[in-house]
Structure formats: C-alpha cells, structure tokens
Design a protein around this ligand. Structure first.
Ligand code: ADP
Length: 391
C-alpha cells in the first residue's frame, strides 16, 4: 500500500510517501518555519535531486496545500491512504483511528492539552479530506500506546475534581516510536524479549517500560515537558519552581513556559547549544559546562530508567533510538555502565560500531540483558497503521 505520512510539528510539516510492502520511499520533504517569515519548502521525489525553495507558510493549511501540489505535479505514484501523526489523543484514543467527523471532534476536544500541535495537525487532516475525498485518513496518536498504563502510574496526586475537570493525568508521548522499538525488538529477539526498556533519546527524549507489548509506564507526563532532561526542555523539576519564578522573579506564565520548553535542558546547562554533537566536541576539549551537561543527561536518564525497570520488576532488553540514542555511543556506554549491578554488560567495540547502520546488538555475550540500537521509523509505523485500519 502506498501511504502518505504527514507529521505536522508546531512550526514544521514533514511528509513521506512510502510503500508498506517494500518500505521504498517515493517522495519526502519538509515545510519549515510555518507561521514565521522566510519559510522553506524542501522535497525530493524519486531519483530527482532535492528541491529547496523559499515559500512562506502562514499556517499549516498552506503547508499541506504546498505538499499536495508538489506531489500532484511531480510524483506519479498513486496514493492509497494518508496517515497523520497527532500529538495528543487524550484518554479517548487507545489505538490509531480511521478519521471521520467524530474523530475530528475528539482531536479538537483534546487540543488544549497540546495547542501548538493538535490544531495544525487537524488542519492538515481537513485539507487532505477535502483534496482527496476518496482516500482514507488515519490519525496515529503519540499518546495512544500509553493508554495501557495502570491507574497507579497515570494518576497525579492532585485534587480529584481538578484532575477530572482539566483532564490532568500522565499521557506520555513518542508512543509511535516506542511501539516501533517493541515491534522490531520482538521480531529480532523473539521470546527472550519480554520486558523492554525503550530509550528514545533525541532532541525530545522519553523512556517507556513495555511488557509483552503493553506499555506500563513512561517518563513524559501531562505534556512532553516532563521526564528526562532534553535538548531545550528541563524535564522533571520541582513543580514549585514555576510558582517561585512567578512570585519572586515576576516571570509571566508565557515566560516560564518558554524558559522550560525552549531555553532549558542541554542548551541551558552547556550554556552554548542544544546540539549533542557540539556538546560532545566541547566535552572532549574539557569544557566543564559541556561535561556537566552530558553527565546530567546520563545521570537523569539512568535514574528514570531505574524507575521504569522497577515498574516491570526487571528488564530483559534495552533499546536505544533517535538522534542521540542511535549515534552517541558514549552516552550509551555511560548509561549502561550504571546498570552493571543488573548484569548489563556492553561490548565496547560493538557499541562503537553501532552508528547509523540498522538494528545492532551492543551487549556482550555474557550480558544478562540484551542491549540494542534500533533506529526508529515512526513514518513506517504510521503507514502500517493506515494499512491495518484502512482495510
Ligand atoms: P528530534 O526528532 O526530537 O528533533 P532527533 O531524534 O533528530 O531529534 O535528535 C536530535 C539530537 O541528536 C541532537 O541533539 C543531535 O545533536 C543528536 N545527534 C544527531 N546526530 C548525532 C551524532 N552523530 N552524534 C551525536 N549526536 C547526534
């Protein structure tokens, strides 16, 4: 099946047209700087070279319209279905869903929990429904994989009426990526993979505790700000910090929100950049702020991983994925060495060699836990959902 996958972020919209059978990618591209000046549209169709053009996108509708026009004009592959990544599906969506009017209403209903994402994503679906009225659209939620969390894991210790009124609970994110990690680990390792700790370490980062394919806990919370320290997000901190900054520092709600989402994490601690490659270069030269940024990143990941492992009463498999997880062997090494008490043994050579070359086992033969690098493929996972639900 030829599936067009749309991944609309807060200020970007990525697409990929792929074949679920062969995994061949016919076309892919990205609209950058939606809602900002100096937008860029970059795309590649088949063997033709990459095209990049200046293109202002006042909103997500303009971006999806440009993508569909490029496909109509330059790509002769027939599209059979469209998959849309949706950040927030609330408690309602426990699986991906074939889009109809009720599904659209629900996406809008939960939009206040992810206002920078759901509205743009919904606009993209609506445009696709109008433009290709005969094609099925499937909504794939970052949150649905986490709807299996037990109540004890997803409930916040806040007044019940407040939680109910404002729908406050742990929703998690990166569910499509964690689901892919489970699928591939299981395909590769078979029955010995029962309790999986999935580590998605990119600019955004989260962990998931997955037992027999069912998610038991995850590090992101009501929003993707919670959990691990990330590129520009602070992750878990004392929540009173927010009140303290507003009361004593005179910060507004928007300023605190921007600080914690866009000015914190690796960027804040290194004092230079959010890019792990540059921080690695700084750390290698002995820059103390870069060294601290990495040490904190690994320490917090280790601590929260221990919590995930405890929720499964053990672990058989650990997978690493996303930009840092797939490429930074030092972070993987540091992380795994923290779990030697659990019998985790990494093979240094395997670990160093596992950079950008497909799924790899990096644990040593005598390791009690199998450790792998499995490059994530959220687009493929979304396309598989379209195939499953559109049929
Ligand atoms: P997201 O999709 O959340 O924006 P990615 O999964 O693309 O993020 O990960 C981005 C992060 O991965 C950045 O911090 C980047 O520096 C890091 N990264 C990418 N390539 C490498 C590499 N070769 N070595 C170390 N870090 C890398």
């Amino acid at each position: 099946m030829n599936v067009l996958v749309i991944n609309a972020g807060s200020s970007s919209l990525k697409f990929q047209l792929l074949d679920t059978k062969t995994r061949a990618i016919f076309a892919k591209g990205n609209c950058e700087r939606i809602g900002l000046a100096d937008g860029i549209f970059g795309y590649k169709v088949g063997d033709a070279g990459k095209v990049e053009e200046a293109c202002d996108f006042p909103d997500h509708k303009a971006a999806i319209a440009r993508v569909l026009k490029a496909l109509d004009d330059h790509c002769d592959v027939a599209i059979d279905g469209i998959g849309h990544r949706i950040v927030q599906g609330g408690w309602y969506f426990k699986d991906s869903a074939l889009v109809d009017d009720t599904v659209m209403d629900k996406i809008y209903e939960f939009a206040p929990l992810a206002p920078l994402h759901n509205y743009g994503e919904a606009a993209a679906i609506e445009y696709c429904r109008e433009h290709y009225p005969d094609l099925p659209n499937v909504a794939v939620f970052d949150t649905s994989f986490h709807m299996t969390l037990p109540k004890v894991a997803y409930t916040y210790a806040l007044p019940k009426d407040v939680c109910e009124k404002y729908r406050i609970r742990k929703y998690g994110a990166h569910g499509t990526s964690h689901r892919y990690e489970w699928m591939r680990a299981k395909e590769i390792l078979g029955p010995k993979c029962r309790r999986l700790l999935s580590c998605h370490l990119g600019n955004g980062a989260s962990l998931a505790a997955i037992m027999d394919g069912v998610c038991h806990d995850t590090t992101m919370g009501l929003t993707p700000l919670d959990g691990l320290m990330m590129g520009t997000r602070c992750g878990s901190i004392d929540p009173a910090t927010v009140c303290y900054l507003q009361r004593e520092g005179g910060y507004t709600y928007d300023e605190v929100d921007e600080m914690m989402n866009k000015k914190s994490g690796l960027l804040a601690v290194s004092g230079k950049t959010q890019d792990a490659r540059d921080i690695r270069a700084g750390a290698d030269k002995g820059d103390p702020d870069c060294l601290l940024a990495f040490d904190m990143y690994a320490y917090k990941a280790m601590q929260q991983a221990a919590a995930m492992i405890a929720s499964m009463a053990g672990v058989d498999t650990i997978t690493f994925t996303a930009g840092i997880g797939e490429n930074d062997y030092s972070i993987r090494q540091a992380f795994c060495e923290c779990f030697e008490w659990l019998g985790v043994r990494v093979d240094r050579e395997r670990n160093r060699a596992a950079v950008g070359n497909g799924p790899q086992v990096i644990s040593a033969e005598d390791s009690a836990v199998t450790v792998m690098v499995i490059p994530t493929d959220e687009e493929y996972m979304i396309a598989l959902d379209v195939e499953r639900l559109a049929k």
